[in-house]
Design a protein around this ligand. Sequence first.
Ligand code: AMP
Ligand code: ZN
Ligand code: FE
Ligand code: FE
Length: 283
Amino acid sequence: MIDLHTHTYESDGTSAPNELVGAAVALALEALGITDHDTFAGYDTAAPLARDAGLDLVCGIELSTKRHHATGARGRSIHLLGYFLGDPPPAEFRAWLEGIRVARRDRNRRLADRLQSLGLDITIEEVERLGRSQTGRPHFARVMIEKGYVANIQEAFDLYLDESAKGYVERDEPELEAGIRKLCEAGALVSLAHPIRLSRRNPAAFEKDLAEMCAMGLGAIEAYHSDHLQTDTAFFLSLARRYHVAVTGGTDFHGDNKPGLALGTGYGNVAVPRQVLEALRNG
Ligand code: AMP
Ligand code: ZN
Ligand code: FE
Ligand code: FE
């Protein structure tokens, strides 16, 4: 069993890189992919530890991108996973990520202001104390819980932080096509993360979008994921075959930020075969 989609506390997970490596070893995972949002900090720390522990560690990253509609309506958020960016990942790509972090910091300031205007006493300094390389909405949620404004993470998102909630402020994210291009230029294999989020409403429209993404350089689809039923996984495996792209899979482990979701097995519904990684490497 392998797990190619996990987050450390360097983005929005709660496990330290050494804890994640330890948990993967304890589970006897045959490979672990660290795919923090917009940063390699967790991977960089984990790499020597994994080497010492004999754990097969895969370098990855997750990027949020936007795809704008011709109508100018708010774009859809599409998450990309990039794998095998080289050891170490190219400096130019890391510099590009720095720009994304600046945009995130700007969003965080506006988000704190917005929450203040909604009557929540939350400052950017308090939130940034929790986030390490990368402060995000889950850290805002934790401060809201600590201060008693909400009971749990889900309530924080439902009431304030979700795209549809009253506290939401937009972040300047790369366009889908630019995200795919930057990852490809950095030598990455690009996979479409948790595709169920895009296909749920309209599977036929999703297939058309997928074909377009493949033309942009998408090289894989995350068929195995904690949010997928067995029928979903079968659907995405068949699409991967039809569009001649590879398959990736992982749980999207976030530690305590996603309660009930375990490394390797997700909600008990995930078991990514080792052959998935072998196929990627031989691909
Ligand atoms: P950010 O990158 O700061 O905008 O935060 C995005 C992260 O917030 C995602 O990776 C999830 O971990 C979390 N998140 C986004 N939407 C929700 C939601 N509706 N419920 C719970 N967590 C969410
Ligand atoms: Zn995440
Ligand atoms: Fe994601
Ligand atoms: Fe993720």
